[in-house]
Design a protein around this ligand. Structure first.
Ligand code: PGA
Length: 242
């Protein structure tokens, strides 16, 4: 059963999330973080930068692994997840960029890149995995399906996901059709999971993921099988929780 925290005041959401991440790094300076992109964790990263600038936490020995990256998008493209991470977090803290990992979406052999990413992941247990949830229950880019791939793999993005992410591109047609994503097996191997959910439009899916049946049609529901999950909700996303 997940530990569900509902934050009443919107401004506290990012602070609570940052406190969870920063406390881990303060007590385990060599922590391995699994990181996510998207709108939801931006405030978490902003708070972490602030805590770092106050001299309260150092990321000098931290390693990070990101969940996913678009296939075929140049690394320096403004909407690539490598660019997102550099701009929203890495460029503003003392993390060694060589210790940050994002799948290489422009690798010529994407399957080989997936195998390489999995090899790296097998050598580094993720202490804390930060996750968001898609409107369809996806985690990373593990989209609802009859079966899920446990390993890092290439996915074809669902139209709904491309629509949701079109805000970062000129139009939905510019959103890459494919991506590389960490698989649910790697996500489930993390020692601790922090699932961040904001907004009324996520209320139903997060309620279903936490309380509904465990099904590959809602990949986030698999997190019910993990023993250390914190679900952090703002008031709107937590509307269906008592
Ligand atoms: P969002 O994305 O934070 O931009 O809502 C979450 C996700 O799709 O995993």
């Amino acid at each position: 059963m997940a530990n569900v925290i509902k934050v009443t005041h919107e401004e506290d959401f990012h602070k609570v999330a940052a406190h969870i991440v920063a406390s881990l790094v303060q007590t385990s300076p060599r922590a391995v973080l699994g990181l996510a992109t998207g709108g939801t964790p931006v405030g978490l990263y902003r708070e972490l930068i602030q805590i770092h600038k106050q001299g309260l936490v150092s990321f000098a020995k931290v390693k990070s692994y990101n969940l996913d990256e678009y296939a075929g998008l140049p690394t320096e493209h403004p909407a690539s997840y490598r660019t997102f991470m550099n701009e929203h977090l890495f460029n503003h803290i003392d993390i060694n960029l060589e210790n940050t990992h994002v799948p290489d979406g422009q690798a010529t052999d994407l399957d080989a890149e997936c195998r390489l990413y999995d090899e790296m992941l097998s050598e580094a247990v993720i202490d804390l995995q930060v996750l968001g949830i898609g409107h369809n229950g996806h985690i990373g880019f593990n989209e609802p399906a009859d079966s899920l791939n446990p390993a890092t793999h290439v996915v074809t993005l669902l139209e709904q996901t491309r629509e949701a992410n079109s805000r970062y591109f000129g139009s939905v047609d510019d959103v890459p059709a494919q991506a590389i994503t960490m698989g649910v097996g790697s996500i489930m191997k993390a020692r601790q999971i922090l699932l961040l959910v904001r907004g009324a439009d996520k209320a139903e899916i997060i309620h279903r993921a936490v309380t509904g049946p465990i099904t590959t049609q809602c990949p986030a529901s698999l997190l019910q099988l993990h023993s250390n999950v914190t679900v952090l909700l703002d008031a709107e996303a937590g509307r269906l929780f008592q």
